[in-house]
Design a protein around this ligand. Structure first.
Ligand code: MRU
Length: 341
């Protein structure tokens, strides 16, 4: 097993220091955010990404906004709104901003210190949630499991061990993972670049596959369980997650393979009734039509590039949270497990 992974998110002397995930696995380098514009840029280009991590940096963003407002006279609420709106789908981003803002405005004299404390608390709670999710999720992993996962859900997205990947790592430690199948996760390759990086560090036997090869893997009987994270779980149990998740859920259903979503209760949003109410982030065509700065399609080709899709609750076998497992996943079980029912 490799040395400790580099810190994803750190606060040093008024600067938010983020591991630049766009450069992984080749280079471990950092983005230093001293103002809101730099943080928003880092979020937009996915230097920092994944739902729980977005919540944590959202909260730190309030500390940056307060300092910047004092320095420049720009309205602080305008600055915090820029952070909250940087990406629309992961509910954690806006809720992280709101939590730190509440702390700053009710925390007495030192608003910036209160926002910082809220960010640090959120990171610590997320670490504890990762540990609890790993424990609850382990019960769903059979011995000798061949696990299929999508996107990236480990320490890079979390104050702790992550969501789905925390369960995978716990199952590996328990000797239950025969193989980890890693969807490459087109177009930005969070699976090939980041999950393979984390799996290697943990010593988990793994293979990367093109997303489109998953169907034949199911057909060959090579998948025992699917584990994915979530960017938003709606009141009815619909799951917004990285585009390509829905196809895996349909395949899992067709092949009678359990499809398990692992997400902390901070990702449950009971205020969003159904998947139809989720704003799906649409990203630039160039992410699809170019790779590594090289045109694949003729210049100017249009692209359909949603960052996320919606999996209906009927296709989700279980939702693992730090508070336990909801199964079946429906309005009632989500309401029971949600933090603020
Ligand atoms: O666009 P990304 O890389 O931020 O998308 C991340 C995902 O879809 C993850 O699966 C999700 O945030 C849940 S686990 C952190």
């Amino acid at each position: 097993v490799a040395a400790d992974p580099p810190a994803t998110i750190a606060w040093r002397d008024g600067t938010l220091v983020l591991l630049d995930q766009t450069q992984l696995p080749g280079t471990e380098c950092y983005v230093e955010c001293r103002d809101v514009a730099t943080l928003v840029g880092a979020i937009e280009r996915l230097a920092v990404r994944g739902a729980p991590a977005l919540g944590i940096v959202g909260a730190y963003g309030v500390a940056l906004a307060l300092a910047e407002a004092t320095r420049t006279g720009v309205d602080v609420r305008e600055l915090t709104e820029r952070v909250a709106a940087a990406r629309p789908t992961a509910v954690n981003l806006r809720s992280g901003v709101e939590r730190a803002w509440r702390a700053a405005t009710t925390g007495g004299e030192d608003a910036a210190a209160a926002a910082l404390q809220a960010a640090q608390d959120l990171a610590a709670e997320d670490a504890a949630a990762s540990t609890a999710m790993a424990r609850h999720g382990l019960a769903l992993i059979p011995d000798g499991a061949r696990v299929l996962t999508h996107c990236n859900t480990g320490a890079l997205v979390s104050g702790g061990g992550g969501t789905a990947f925390a369960v995978i790592a716990a199952a590996h430690t328990a000797g239950r993972v025969r193989h980890l199948w890693v969807d490459e996760t087109r177009p930005l390759l969070q699976g090939a670049r980041l999950t393979a990086y984390e799996a290697r560090r943990c010593g988990i036997p793994h293979s990367v596959l093109p997303d489109s090869a998953a169907a034949s893997l199911f057909a060959a009987g090579q998948v025992d369980v699917v584990l994915v994270g979530a960017d938003r779980v709606c009141a009815d149990g619909s799951v917004a997650n990285k585009v390509g998740t829905y196809s895996l859920a349909v395949l899992a259903h067709h092949h009678a393979v359990p499809f398990v979503v692992v997400a902390p209760t901070t990702t449950i949003d009971v205020a969003t009734a159904t998947g139809a109410d989720v704003v799906i982030e649409q990203r630039a065509a160039g992410e699809v039509t170019r790779v590594g700065g090289v045109d694949l399609a003729p210049p100017g080709t249009a692209a359909y590039n949603p960052a996320f899709d919606i999996t209906p609750p009927a296709l989700v076998t279980a939702l693992v949270t730090e508070r336990g497992v909801a199964s079946p996943v429906d309005l009632e079980s989500v309401r029971r497990i949600a933090r603020d029912p």
